[in-house]
Every structure is written in structure tokens, then in C-alpha cells.
Design a protein around this ligand. Structure first.
Ligand SMILES: [Zn+2]
Length: 213
């Protein structure tokens, strides 16, 4: 196990439920020729929150005003927390962003139309983003896992945090709102990378999670 002599400080970004849309679904929900309207930039360069919101519906309930994040993607992806999944009555898998095959479905409602989404709903696996240079310094590569420690009264350790290395991105730790609430975390707080995770921890963890959902 690689342990860092000095824990590496990483800013926290809390992801509330949100949706990434494909061009086709954007037009289906907001009208033909509609373009995303940027509301504010996100911490990661090139990413932004949009003025557009949609309603997500499942067999048990609906969640209105779910923020659309830009830019557009090749496939629509809905990211919700486990609490949200109970409210909607659907069972999304815990997945890395972009890994959507066989994921859950839902209904999306916009001002100009409705989309029946057969798959694309996930609980996003917590992860850190890193630029290529930052990854080199920390001796991490894409798909590694690290353990991240959080201080304070609800201090805890997040094991098996996925490492995502990509050109142009910045060091940031992404958790969903359930995970943030478990540690009293808010966007802009700091957490600390303490070590690389063991492979074994990863498989035990995934099996446990898969059995439960
Ligand atoms: Zn992220």
C-alpha cells in the first residue's frame, strides 16, 4: 500500500442530482434547435451548470427541477443519490460516469416534451479528478483507487475512491449528497488523500454493494 508521508489536500465538490443530456433528448425536452443556456461555470474547466431543469419520474414519485449540466454528451446520463432512488422507486447501479449499459431507466419531463429513458440512471461512484501532471506527481494513474480522510465531528474515511486522470482537469474529490451529508461536507471543504487502496478492498467493497442493491 502506498501511503503518502503528508496527506494530500483535495477540494471537495458535492454533486447534487443532475443530468447530462444528448442532443436528441435536449431537443425532445426543450424543443427543436434548443441550445443549452449556461448559468454558471463549474470547478472543472469547460463544464457548466445550465438554466435548464427537468423533472425525473419513477414508479414511486417525481423529483422536479433537476439541473442539466453541460456540455452535451453522446448519451443521456442521470446521476442521483441512493435517497433519490428510494423517492423515485428505481434501483440504479453504483457506476463510474459513462458506464451505462444495463443501468436503470426513468421518465424525463421538460417544457416541450417527454423522454422515456430505458437506461442511463446511475448512482455515480465517488471519484477524484486529476490533471495528467498532478497524477504524475502523486504517482497515480487512471482507475487507481485511493482512500480519502475527512476531519471534523462527522470525520470519516472514504475507501476505494476511483481515480480519474484526464488532460485539462483539476484535482477535486466528487461525492454525492448522501456521502457529503454523512461527513458534514460542503463544496469547497478540504479532504485528504492518505494512501492508495489495496485491490482486495475494492473487490470486497463492490460485492457488498452489489448484494445490497
Ligand atoms: Zn466528477
Amino acid at each position: 500500500m502506498t501511503k503518502y508521508n503528508i496527506p494530500v489536500q483535495v477540494p471537495v465538490g458535492v454533486s447534487n442530482k443532475h443530468i447530462h443530456l444528448s442532443q436528441a433528448h435536449l431537443e425532445q425536452l426543450f424543443g427543436k434547435g434548443h441550445k443549452l443556456t449556461e448559468l454558471k461555470p463549474l470547478y472543472q474547466p469547460g463544464h457548466f451548470a445550465c438554466k435548464e431543469v427537468v423533472t425525473i419520474a419513477g414508479p414511486k414519485g417525481i423529483i422536479p427541477n433537476v439541473r442539466v449540466l453541460g456540455p452535451l454528451r453522446s448519451q443521456t446520463q442521470v446521476e442521483i443519490s441512493r435517497s433519490d432512488s428510494f423517492a423515485l422507486g428505481i434501483k440504479p447501479p453504483l457506476r463510474d460516469s459513462g458506464d451505462l449499459e444495463g443501468s436503470a431507466g426513468c421518465i424525463l419531463m421538460g417544457p416541450k416534451g417527454t423522454v422515456v429513458l430505458e437506461e442511463g440512471v446511475i448512482m455515480a461512484a465517488r471519484h477524484i479528478h486529476l490533471g495528467v501532471e498532478e497524477a504524475k506527481v502523486l504517482q497515480l494513474k487512471d482507475k487507481d483507487r485511493v482512500n480519502i480522510s475527512v476531519g471534523g465531528e462527522r470525520g470519516l474515511i472514504f475507501n476505494n475512491v476511483l481515480v480519474r486522470v484526464a488532460q485539462g482537469l483539476r484535482l477535486e474529490f466528487h461525492v454525492d449528497i448522501d456521502e457529503a451529508n454523512a461527513g458534514f461536507l460542503a463544496s469547497g471543504d478540504y479532504a485528504y488523500i492518505t494512501e492508495k487502496s489495496e485491490e482486495k478492498e475494492v473487490s470486497t467493497m463492490s460485492e457488498r454493494v452489489i448484494q445490497k442493491i
